[in-house]
Design a protein around this ligand. Sequence first.
Ligand SMILES: [Zn+2]
Length: 87
Amino acid sequence: MAKKFNQPLRMCVSCRVRDTQINLFRLQCLESQLSLFRGNGRSFYICKICLKDEKKVLKAFMRQCKSSDRDKFSNILKEIITDDRKS
Ligand SMILES: [Zn+2]
């Protein structure tokens, strides 16, 4: 079977690079709480490269969640990265 190249592209909110959904993390913000996307609400995407750049990605999180609690996002970011290593 031929590989499909017509997958929809999503944009990383941090660096604005477009990629397929598999290469991006889908996250969401509910009442300023950041988490992995769980199926409802507004979501956004972050690429794996940006996830490794903590300063940059925290800025994007704060913008998306309209919150400036850097420490909180920093902790959540660590959880997300740990989760990814498990799977
Ligand atoms: Zn990015």
